[in-house]
Design a binder for this molecule. Structure first.
Ligand code: HAM
Length: 418
């Protein structure tokens, strides 16, 4: 057992698995950049106040922040998500609205680690600031949907709800508080009720079920404007043919949401970890961070859980990039330096053996590398300015090629193999 291992909830993603992560990011970037979103990169560490604006009553803030004092005495935290950082950046830089950005990167929450729930996890997501239009809600949801389709996932369910205007939400929260105070609840839910009555609706405990079933419904509290907005979102998604379920009891874990909220659930994951992604409107968050009143909407999709869902559905298994050539140099090792350099400059993927190992040892490495060709240079080849090209993936005889023809020969052969 080595002296150190990764901390609980933190994982190493090794090659070839890591190639999937990059491909996933590329697919996401392609989907959202085609829709006019630009990438934003924000720091991993922010003033802790940025994140407490997520909501003092959420577990993410009260129990899960990696907050600490830095050497300058500043109270900072690793980010638990990116929406607050994006709003902080908007308030700070005041870009022209509408501002459409996308991001990808790790987040940190001190959760109880289990399959699909980690302390460091990656998200990809988008945020749009400065637009109050139900058609934008439709666009944002449709982008996430398109991304899942591109990965090949077919068992994702979209759950939709609206929390109404801030006043509707406030009246609903009060009605829920009254209802739950008069109901039978578990001790855990009683505690949740103190801080955040909405979150009681999230309880999966059987004892809480009757109180939740008989709870008032948010729709009874919608203002006419909030109703119209939600109806327009429903109509837009229907027009696009995106299937969804309206779930009046959907509340999200973060506190900044108003109006439209949504979640994507995977068909194959255990229910506590089945949220593949989620988002919604958070009109008011930029203001809470010191910026002008600005409507906002976005989503974040959990990369780790999305890949678990891909495994379960048997989709999105991109092959890692294969080597075109592996150079076996038994003439001192310097030829391999120049040949790999030439190949790479020509856009071919090339690796080599080191430490002047024997022909046999280097051929073993070439084999293991999965390269299409071994390029062998010994003293004879050095003297005649040639290279022996040996096909490694079945078929074809080895050939002796003039050094000057090496690149064009290899490119022709690789085209033939495709
Ligand atoms: P969230 O629901 O907290 O929302 O996280 C979004 C997704 O990140 C989850 O659905 C899940 O897939 C993944 N996730 C969250 N926590 C973990 C964890 N501990 N381990 C693995 N995956 C996890 C947000 O973060 C909001 N910022 C989304 C948003 C953007 N709303 C508006 N804009």
């Amino acid at each position: 057992m080595p002296a150190f291992q990764n901390s609980p909830g933190m994982r190493d993603i090794l090659p070839p698995d890591s190639a999937r992560w990059r491909t996933l990011n590329n697919v996401f970037a392609d989907v959202v950049e085609t829709a006019g979103y630009g990438q934003i990169i924000t720091p991993l560490i922010e003033d802790v106040g940025v994140f407490t604006r997520i909501g003092e009553a959420t577990d993410v803030v009260t129990k899960e922040l990696y907050a600490f004092e830095d050497r300058g005495g500043r109270h900072v935290s690793l980010r638990p998500e990116l929406t607050a950082s994006v709003c902080r950046a908007f308030a700070q830089h005041r870009p022209v609205a509408p501002w459409k950005v996308w991001y990808s990167g790790p987040n940190f929450r001190q959760e109880k680690a289990q399959r699909g729930r980690y302390r460091q996890f990656d998200q990809v997501g988008v945020e749009v600031l400065g637009v109050d239009d139900a058609n934008l809600d439709v666009e944002v949801i449709a982008l996430a949907w398109e991304f899942y389709l591109r990965l090949g996932l077919s068992q994702v369910t979209l759950i939709l709800n609206s929390l109404g205007d801030p006043e509707d939400r406030a009246r609903y929260v009060e009605a829920l508080r009254k209802h739950f105070e008069a109901s039978e609840l578990t001790d855990q839910s009683r505690e949740t009720l103190e801080n955040n009555p909405l979150r009681v609706l999230d309880s999966k405990r059987e004892f809480d079920a009757p109180a939740i079933t008989s709870a008032p419904q948010i729709a009874e509290f919608y203002s006419p404007g909030a109703s119209r907005h939600f109806e327009a979102v429903v109509a837009g998604l229907t027009r696009l043919g995106i299937p969804f379920d309206v779930e009046p009891k959907l509340v999200r874990g973060l506190d900044y949401y108003r109006s439209t909220i949504f979640e994507f659930q995977g068909g194959t994951l255990a229910s506590a970890q089945n949220a593949l992604g989620g988002g919604g409107r958070y009109d008011g968050l930029v203001e809470a961070l010191g910026g002008p009143a600005t409507p906002g909407i976005g989503f974040a999709l959990g990369v780790d859980r999305t890949l678990l869902a891909c495994n379960d559905e048997g989709v999105f298994a991109p092959a890692p990039r294969r080597l075109d050539a592996f150079v076996v140099d038994v003439a001192g090792g310097f030829e391999a330096v120049s040949i790999t350099g030439e190949l790479r400059a020509a856009g071919l993927a090339a690796d080599r053996g080191f430490e002047n190992r024997s022909m046999k040892a280097q051929m073993k490495l070439a084999n293991r590398s999965g390269a299409a060709f071994a390029l062998i240079v010994g003293d004879d080849q050095l003297a005649t300015d040639t290279v022996v090209a040996k096909p490694m993936q079945g078929g074809g005889d080895q050939q002796t090629i003039a050094r000057s023809d090496l690149i064009s020969h290899l490119k022709d052969e690789l085209r033939r193999l495709q």
